[in-house]
Structure formats: C-alpha cells, structure tokens
Ligand binder design. Structure first.
Ligand SMILES: O=C(O)c1cc(=O)[nH]c(=O)n1[C@@H]1O[C@H](COP(=O)(O)O)[C@@H](O)[C@H]1O
Length: 273
C-alpha cells in the first residue's frame, strides 16, 4: 500500500498527531539521563515503548542522534527498525536535498526498504530546485514510502525567503505546493508526497493547499502553534494535516504511561479540528 494510503489508515486509527523524537541534551538531563550514548539509547527506547502502536506517526530528528557520531546513528537505525510494523509510521527528519545524482544516493539511504536506515517517509529541502527531488519521489514510489517537502517552515527567518517571488510569478513556497499537486495527481485517498508547513506561519493561501497530499505541521506546541492556529491556517483541509510536536510531549517523560497520556491528550485536542 502506498505511503499516502497507509498514512490515511493510520490517521483514522490513531488520530493525526506526530510525536517528534528530539533528544535535546536538556531533555536527557530532565529525564535523569546522561548526555551520552547510554542516555540517548534509553531516551529513544523509552519513546518507542511509549508511542509505538499508540500514535499514527513518530518523527525522529536525525540531528540529535548524529551529534553522537556513528554510535548515535546506530541508535537511530535501531529506533527506526523497532518502530517498523508497529502500526506507527516513521517520518525521519533529515531535510535532505542535493543535485539529482547525489539525491539518488540519499534516497537509497533512507527510502529503500532494505536500507539499514529505512523510514516510512523523510523530510527534504527543495532549495536546489523542485526537479532535484525527482530521485526521492522515484524511490518513494518504488518502496511505498513518502516524502515531505519544506514549503513554509515554522522558523521566523523563513518568511523572507519562502514568500519571495519565483520566476513563475508564484512565491517559492506556493510553487512547492503546486508541484506537489502534479506529483500527487490521481492518488486516492491521498498522495504520498507531502508538504511541511509550520503551525506558526502568519498567513496561507488556502487555495494552494488542495494538492492532494499530507501536510506535516511542526511548530505546534513548544514553538507556539495552537489548535486555533491549525484551524485558522488549514480550514478546509484539516483532514490532510499531521500536527507534529516534540518538546511539548517529551517534556512529560520519562514515565512511559505519562508520555502516552500526553500524546493521547494532544490527539484528543485535535479532534476539535
Ligand atoms: O521538518 C520539520 O519537522 C520541521 C520543519 C519546520 O518548519 N519546523 C520545525 O520545527 N521542524 C522540526 O520539528 C521539530 C520541532 O520540535 P518542537 O519545537 O520541540 O516541537 C524539530 O525537530 C524541527 O527540526
């Protein structure tokens, strides 16, 4: 089944929430863990225990694993493998993007079903041109995986760049959404090629949101995005959105039941959308 279909099923079963696994050093400390490989290992294993089979999506943030070098990356690999086939889909947050031939190697690393680091979906950056992402789309299609392309990100610096006018006359971010519409054409109930749009964005042209794909919405929670913001920004397409929060839920750890309850409460708050 395609990633878009699997995402649709998971959202129906568990609600739309994505919980990010972002092992910040201050969270490790807050959980009574050392800022070390052993601490990272315990943190990631606790997240898997808390969220596997309980939420639709989990999004490990690669940077927090990479900071420990190869040993950290090995823990990321294990985390992704432990989440496979639990009903919870993995979105590996790596924000990759490069010239096409190199993009192909990144696609092999993360989207090939047999790769040690295989995820259900990854985040990618379109700033080498939307066309440079073709190898990611091809690999995703072949492996029933998904791709989330940065469109309007949650950080305050983004707006000057992503709302700039491209040579097409559209903003850079809108061009990403239009291209995603082409990539998802004909998919039912939802395509596998998504956008990343922050919950903190001031304004969105809702006409551009009908691109028939999932919308990953970080910035919800710790960065200030609220359920009201989701309603304001995504009005007619709230059934496409995957609100994502990391610190807001993770701060409730390390107790597994408390983490689970925090994710469930957040999912409940989203049922009002
Ligand atoms: O691609 C992302 O997930 C992402 C895009 C974006 O626009 N903003 C954003 O915060 N993120 C990621 O989402 C997570 C947000 O974490 P919290 O602010 O703790 O919920 C981090 O891992 C960010 O790297």
């Amino acid at each position: 089944m395609s990633f878009g279909s699997r995402a649709h099923v998971a959202m129906q079963a568990y609600g739309p929430l994505c919980v990010g696994i972002d092992p910040h050093s201050h969270l490790l400390e807050q959980w009574g863990l050392e800022d070390s490989i052993d601490g990272l290992d315990r943190f990631a294993a606790t997240c898997v225990e808390a969220f596997a089979g309980k939420v639709a999506f989990v999004k490990p943030q690669s940077a927090f694993f990479e900071r420990f070098g190869a040993a950290g990356v090995a823990i990321l690999e294990r985390t992704l493998q432990d989440l496979r086939h639990t009903g919870t889909l993995t979105i590996l947050d790596v924000k990759r993007g490069d010239i096409g031939s190199t993009a192909g190697a990144y696609a092999d690393a993360y989207l090939d079903d047999d790769a040690p680091m295989a995820a259900d979906a990854i985040t990618v950056s379109p700033y080498l041109g939307f066309g440079s992402l073709t190898p990611f789309f091809a690999a995703a299609e072949k492996n029933d995986a998904g791709v989330f392309v940065l469109a309007f990100t949650s950080n305050p610096e983004a707006i000057r760049f992503q709302t700039a006018t491209a040579s097409s006359g559209m903003s850079v971010g809108d061009e990403v959404l239009v291209e995603l519409g082409h990539a998802n054409e004909g998919a039912d109930p939802m395509g596998s090629f998504g956008a990343v749009i922050g919950a903190t964005v001031a304004h969105l042209d809702t006409q551009r949101l009908g691109f028939n794909g999932p919308i990953l919405v970080p910035g919800f929670g710790a960065q200030g995005g609220t359920v009201d913001d989701l309603r304001r920004l995504f009005g007619d397409v709230t059934d496409q959105i995957i609100p994502s929060t990391s610190r807001d839920v993770l701060a409730k750890g390390p107790d597994v039941a408390t983490l689970r309850a925090a994710a469930a409460a957040t999912n409940d708050s989203l049922s009002l959308l």
